[in-house]
Design a protein around this ligand. Structure first.
Ligand code: ZN
Length: 379
């Protein structure tokens, strides 16, 4: 592959951008493509900033892609930061609204260094040694990167990539950025379309035994990963599955392909992800409330407890009954000062009760994510 060195910036050139896991940074070439080598006459000034003291006592390097900072420990190579920026640029090139939404949500991309685990990053330190629901250790599962809140991470070993890494050539950084797009840059209405398309894809028999079949989030992240890979077989001598890319995806899951194609080519409006204050109704309204059936728009509800006693959030089903699936003691609860976070659907309705089950207020999830503060019984 070749690298160009315009204004001191290493950038992937031509087809090299598409090599399986992306831009493989090497110092093999020095001349700008189509420009005489003599045009580079002085030492380039790197765009990578040194942060002293390091942010959060850890991040000592920063590269910016528009309003999205790419951060790494001082030991992370500049090449890895540039390779990460290449991934971001590739995804956002034709989707300025997605870029704007990511920037507005304060998205950051963090690089896990060669000698680090994901749990070395400050935002994941509490996960060191933790096991997931599946029993897998956090750092084993997250070896390619992770996302929590507005913070994505990718590993230097897969950005460069390092031969012998468990995920060599597979492009996990693009997968992680796919999660960021879905979770941070799309309105709930558009996310609802992804859920419906995922269900349809599963019903059509696609992705049997594949990671994409796990849930709509992994499906979208995997579609993103394949969409941005070329169908060359540069690494197929090593792993034949690595030749699967853009055109393979078009054949393998045509409707899924259309969905990501429209989004990443800027043809689908991603909307604006918002959070709104929810109106709290009186407990007496519970008798007439029903959750709306067939809602396909996901909506997250955050109910903050500003009372002096425990509160609970109880779903009211389609017939107006308090959630019959679980005993009351298992309903989501919050101590004074705490917050109940509930993943629900637009049009689903809830009663907020005290610890004894006495209704205090009622609330209905909106198309946007919602927040509410409970200070006591609602008038
Ligand atoms: Zn994932």
């Amino acid at each position: 592959m070749r690298l160009s060195r315009k204004t001191g910036v290493w950038v992937c050139a031509g087809a090299a951008v598409w090599v399986a896991s992306g831009c493989v940074a090497s110092r093999g070439g020095t001349a700008a493509v189509g420009a005489p080598a003599a045009s580079v006459s002085t030492a380039p000034v790197s765009e990578v900033e040194t942060l002293r003291p390091p942010l959060l006592g850890f991040y000592g390097k920063r590269l910016r892609e528009g309003g999205i900072p790419i951060l790494g420990h001082a030991s992370v190579s500049d090449e890895a930061l540039f390779a990460a920026r290449d991934r971001l640029r590739r995804i956002l090139e034709h989707a300025p609204k997605i870029r704007h939404n990511l920037e507005a949500r304060g998205h950051e991309l963090h690089i896990v260094g060669l000698r680090q685990f994901t749990s070395d990053l400050p935002e994941h330190r509490d996960q060191r040694g933790a096991r997931r629901d599946t029993g897998e250790l956090f750092d084993w599962h997250m070896i390619g990167g992770h996302i929590v809140g507005n913070l994505s991470s990718c590993t230097e070993a897969t950005l460069l990539p390092i031969v012998g890494h468990r995920l060599f050539g597979t492009g996990p950084c693009i997968h992680e950025l796919g999660h960021a797009v879905e979770l941070l840059a799309l309105s709930n209405v558009v996310r609802g379309r992804i859920i419906a398309a995922y269900r349809h894809s599963m019903e059509s028999g696609h992705w049997k035994n594949a990671h994409a079949a796990k849930n709509e989030h992994e499906w979208f992240a995997e579609l993103t990963r394949y969409y941005f890979r070329r169908d060359d077989d540069a690494l197929a001598f090593y792993d034949p599955s690595l030749s699967r890319g853009h055109e393979w995806l078009r054949q393998a899951d045509p409707e899924g392909f259309s969905l990501v194609d429209d989004l990443y080519m800027g043809l689908t409006d991603p909307g604006v992800p918002r959070t709104q204050a929810l109106h709290l109704g009186p407990a007496s309204a519970e008798a007439s409330l029903r959750s709306r059936k067939g809602s396909e728009i996901p909506s997250e509800l955050r109910v903050r407890n500003v009372t002096t006693a425990e509160i609970r959030l109880v779903w009211v089903d389609y017939e107006g009954r308090r959630d019959p699936r679980l005993p009351f003691e298992r309903m989501p609860a919050a101590a004074p000062g705490g917050t109940i976070v509930e993943s629900s659907w637009a049009g689903h309705t809830f009663v907020i009760t005290d610890a004894s089950g006495r209704g205090l207020c009622t609330v209905t999830a909106a198309e946007d994510d919602g927040v509410a503060e409970v200070t006591g019984a609602c008038p």
